[in-house]
Design a protein around this ligand. Structure first.
Ligand SMILES: Cc1cc2nc3c(=O)[nH]c(=O)nc-3n(C[C@H](O)[C@H](O)[C@H](O)COP(=O)(O)O)c2cc1C
Length: 453
C-alpha cells in the first residue's frame, strides 16, 4: 500500500493575531509583536512541534492618519523590525526556518541580498525572503514617494530586484574563501562573479562582501495572486503562499500557477504552494464556530468599514451601516492587492441585500477560516493536499498565542499520528526540509591557478 507523504507547515506570526479584533479577545496577549521574549516563546513553541517555517509579515510603515480608527486595529503599529528579530530568533532556535517580508518597492537589492545572506549564515541555512511589492500608501511616504507606483510597475521592479538579489547570492562560488596562509591567499579571485546589471529601475555593479549563503539561495517566497504576481512566482519563487479562499479556488490557483512554470523551464516540483488557512479549533464544531463568530462580532464598526475600504481602495466611511453598499461605489479594479480585492468585490456583488455591517461581519479578512474539532481540521488539511489544493500550509492565527498553542497541541499530534507531518527535523537546511534543491551557482566553476596556467 502506498504511504501518503508528509506535507510542510509554516506559521505566520504577527504578534497581535491576524484577525482585526484578535487582540481584543480575552485569550490574546497584547503588544506581543514588539516584545522579543514573546516572539522567542512562540518560535520555540513552533519548533517543538517541528513546524518548518516561522514567518514574520511586515510593512515598513506605521499608519499616520485616521489614528482614531487605527488605534482599534493596531496592525503593524508596534512591531520589531523583521531582520533584526530573525537574527535573534536564529540564536534561540536550531531547526525551524526563519522567513520575513522585505518589499522590493523600497529596499535596494544589495541590502536585501546582504541581509538574507547574513541571516542564512547566522541560522545555518534557514533563511527565507518573502518578496512583496507592498500595498499601502503609508510605506512609500517613508521613502520619498507620495503613493505606491502602479501595480504593473511594482511587479516590473520586483522582477529586476529578484534577478539582482539572486545574482549577488551567486557573486562568489561556494568555495571561494580559502584562507590559505601559506599561499597568502584568503580567497580565490577567479571565484568572484560580480553582478553587472543595467535595467529600467536598477543599475548595479558589485559583489556581496560575504561568502555564498549555505542554501546557495535563501528560500524565495511570493504571495501575489494577480496575473503579474503569479507570473513572477512561476519564474522565480520556491514557495508561494496562496490565499484563494476555498478548496475549489485553491485547486484552480494551484494548477494555474504550476501550469505557468513550464514557460520558464521549471518543473512544478520546484515550487511549493503553501495554502493559507486560519483555524478556529474547538472541542466541538459548534464551539469552534462560536469562537470565530465572537471575534467577528468584536470588530468595531470603524474597523469593519476601514477593512473593507482598504481592500476595495475606496473610502466607505459615511455610508449607512445598516443599509446595503450601493453597487456604484465598488470600483472595477484596484492598484492594491488584486487577489483580495476580487474576492471582496465578488462577495459584495453576490449579496446585494446585505448591509455594510453584515458584509464586514461576513468577510473573512485575508484567508478562509476553518472551524472544527482537531480531527475535522486534520481531515480537511489532508483533503486539501490530496486533492491538489496545496503542497503544504501557511497557518495564520486569529488570536496569539492561544490559537498557535491550540494548533500545535491539538492538530499537529493528530497529523503526526496519521503520518502527514514530520515528527523530527531532517536534512540540514530549510531547502532540504521543504524538498527544494540547494541552489547551485550557475557560473562555471573556475580556479585562479587553472586560469593562470
Ligand atoms: C500568507 C500571506 C502573507 C503575506 N504577507 C505580506 C507581508 O508581510 N507584507 C505585504 O506587504 N504583503 C503580504 N502579503 C500580500 C502579498 O504579498 C501580495 O502583496 C498581495 O497578495 C497582493 O498581490 P497581488 O496584487 O499580486 O494579488 C501576504 C499575503 C499572504 C497570502
Amino acid at each position: 500500500m502506498s504511504r501518503k507523504s508528509t506535507f510542510p507547515l509554516a506559521v505566520l506570526i504577527d504578534g497581535d493575531g491576524f484577525h482585526p479584533a484578535g487582540w481584543l479577545h480575552p485569550a490574546a496577549v497584547t503588544g506581543q509583536a514588539g516584545k522579543i521574549d514573546r516572539m522567542i516563546e512562540m518560535a520555540r513553541v513552533a519548533e517543538a512541534a517541528k513546524i518548518d517555517l516561522f514567518f514574520v509579515a511586515d510593512t515598513p510603515a506605521a499608519r499616520t492618519d485616521q489614528l482614531d480608527i487605527w488605534r482599534r486595529w493596531p496592525k503593524f503599529m508596534n512591531v520589531l523590525e523583521p531582520m533584526t528579530l530573525l537574527a535573534r530568533l536564529a540564536g534561540e532556535t536550531s531547526h525551524i526556518g526563519l522567513g520575513a517580508t522585505v518589499s522590493t518597492s523600497f529596499f535596494e537589492p544589495y541590502n536585501i541580498a546582504r541581509q538574507f545572506a547574513s541571516l542564512d549564515h547566522i541560522s545555518n541555512g534557514r533563511a527565507a525572503w518573502n518578496v512583496v511589492t507592498s500595498s499601502n500608501d503609508y510605506a512609500p511616504r517613508n521613502f520619498g514617494l507620495d503613493r505606491l507606483p502602479p501595480h504593473n510597475e511594482r511587479y516590473e521592479k520586483a522582477r529586476e530586484s529578484v534577478e539582482i538579489v539572486k545574482a549577488y547570492w551567486d557573486s562568489w562560488e561556494d568555495d571561494a574563501f580559502i584562507y590559505d596562509r601559506q599561499q597568502s591567499s584568503s580567497f580565490d579571485p577567479a571565484k568572484q562573479h560580480p553582478v553587472d546589471f543595467k535595467g529600467k529601475y536598477f543599475t548595479v555593479h558589485g559583489a556581496l562582501n560575504q561568502a555564498r549563503p549555505p542554501q546557495g539561495h535563501p528560500v524565495i517566497i511570493q504571495a501575489g495572486a494577480s496575473g503579474d504576481g503569479k507570473e513572477l512566482a512561476a519564474e522565480t519563487a520556491d514557495v508561494v503562499f496562496s490565499a484563494a479562499g476555498d478548496l475549489e479556488a485553491s485547486r484552480a490557483f494551484y494548477s494555474d500557477l504550476k501550469g505557468r512554470m513550464a514557460r520558464y523551464g521549471r518543473d512544478p516540483s520546484e515550487l511549493k504552494v503553501l495554502a493559507s488557512l486560519r483555524c478556529s479549533i474547538g472541542k466541538t464544531r459548534q464551539e469552534a464556530v462560536d469562537k470565530y463568530h465572537l471575534l467577528q462580532s468584536l470588530i468595531h464598526p470603524d474597523v469593519g468599514i476601514k477593512m473593507l475600504s482598504e481592500q476595495l481602495g475606496v473610502d466607505l466611511a459615511g455610508l449607512p451601516l445598516d443599509e446595503p453598499i450601493p453597487p456604484g461605489v465598488i470600483p472595477q479594479t484596484t492598484n492594491r492587492e488584486k487577489g483580495f480585492f476580487e474576492r471582496l468585490r465578488a462577495l459584495i456583488l453576490a449579496h446585494p441585500t446585505k448591509t455594510l455591517r453584515e458584509i464586514y461581519q461576513l468577510y473573512d479578512y485575508g484567508t478562509a477560516p476553518i472551524c472544527g474539532t482537531p480531527t475535522e481540521i486534520a481531515d480537511l488539511l489532508e483533503e486539501w493536499i490530496d486533492t491538489g489544493a496545496g503542497d503544504g500550509f501557511m497557518l495564520l492565527f486569529n488570536t496569539l498565542p492561544s490559537d498557535l498553542n491550540d494548533f500545535v497541541e491539538l492538530v499537529v499530534p493528530e497529523l503526526q499520528r496519521r503520518g502527514r507531518t514530520r515528527t523530527e527535523y531532517t536534512g540540514q537546511t530549510l531547502r532540504d526540509r521543504l524538498g527544494l534543491k540547494h541552489r547551485a551557482n550557475p557560473h562555471p566553476s573556475r580556479t585562479r591557478d587553472k586560469m593562470v596556467s
